[in-house]
Design a protein around this ligand. Structure first.
Ligand SMILES: Nc1ncnc2c1ncn2[C@@H]1O[C@H](COP(=O)(O)OP(=O)(O)OP(=O)(O)O)[C@@H](O)[C@H]1O
Ligand SMILES: [Mg+2]
Length: 252
């Protein structure tokens, strides 16, 4: 069973002038396989910075603390090594990859993660099933990754990757934003299918409790000013929705 451990993580964003602007001020969080952690917090508090720092985005400089996956120092690994180690990030704004079809992209990713190419005999079927479950038109397989996809289509494509790659820890950064009512349910069901295996830990960054009614979190963390300022169960999400972040902002 896998464990992601984040200890006193401090991160600055590298500004174009070369200066460092501190964003994360000591994040402590442990995510175990089978657990679902929701992170809620105001705009600009550093939630995406946390996601990107774990994934290894070069824009961010780690200035202190540690991140380990099953005892392995994640911060020492390159981006693709992190992915192969079992980390997965569904981005808040998925990027377009012109010239690379969805089918090719997924097969290449699957090959890199598993260390061997998926069997030709079964792969096409697996891909088709994954698309059907997320109610995606099979025509998407031949389109370039995210190119011209609507916001919601991009998010479905992220969850399709999640289902096919079966990561140890999945970070979903506002996967619910911009989804229509049906898509929210379809995407949530995709997450819940992976969750049901008990082999993936989830870090769910969201602004709304709507998704948390479909994907019941075990823990809710309030993220303000670059760190976690409060922890609780699902009821904390409902409380935030009713009261907002004011009292935490004062404390932060
Ligand atoms: N290049 C930059 N120059 C200055 N500030 C930056 C730069 N890049 C990021 N930041 C700042 O870092 C802070 C954290 O941003 P981040 O995207 O992590 O917030 P967030 O919590 O994900 O917000 P949201 O809920 O809106 O997605 C923001 O205040 C942002 O303006
Ligand atoms: Mg964000």
């Amino acid at each position: 069973m896998s464990t992601l451990e984040i200890r006193d993580l401090q991160v600055s964003v590298k500004l174009p002038e070369g200066e460092l602007k501190p964003i994360l001020n000591g994040v402590d969080l442990t995510v175990k396989a089978g657990e679902t952690h929701a992170i809620m917090g105001p705009n600009g508090s550093g939630k995406s910075t946390l996601a990107y720092s774990i994934a290894g985005h070069p824009k961010y400089e780690i200035t202190g603390g540690s991140v380990t996956l099953d005892g392995v120092d994640v911060l020492e690994l390159s981006v693709d090594e992190r992915a192969r180690a079992g980390l997965f990030l569904a981005m808040q704004y998925p990027v377009e990859v012109p010239g690379v079809s969805v089918a090719n992209f997924l097969r290449t990713a699957k090959t890199a993660i598993d260390g061997e190419a998926p069997k030709l005999r079964t792969w096409a079927g697996e891909l088709r099933t994954a698309m059907e479950k997320l109610e995606m038109d099979p025509a998407f397989a031949q389109r370039n990754v995210n190119e011209g996809f609507s916001g919601g289509e991009k998010k479905r494509h992220e969850i399709m990757q999640l289902e096919l790659l079966k990561p140890k820890v999945a970070i979903l950064d506002e996967t619910d934003s911009g989804l229509d009512i049906d898509a929210l349910r379809i995407v949530s069901e995709g997450v819940n299918r992976v969750r049901a295996t008990g082999e993936t830990g989830f870090l769910l960054i969201t602004h709304y409790t709507r998704i948390l009614r479909y994907i019941k979190p075990d823990f809710v963390h309030v993220f303000v000013g670059g760190r976690i300022v409060e922890e609780g169960g699902p009821e904390l999400g409902e409380q935030l929705e009713a009261q907002g972040y004011d009292k935490y902002k004062v404390r932060a």
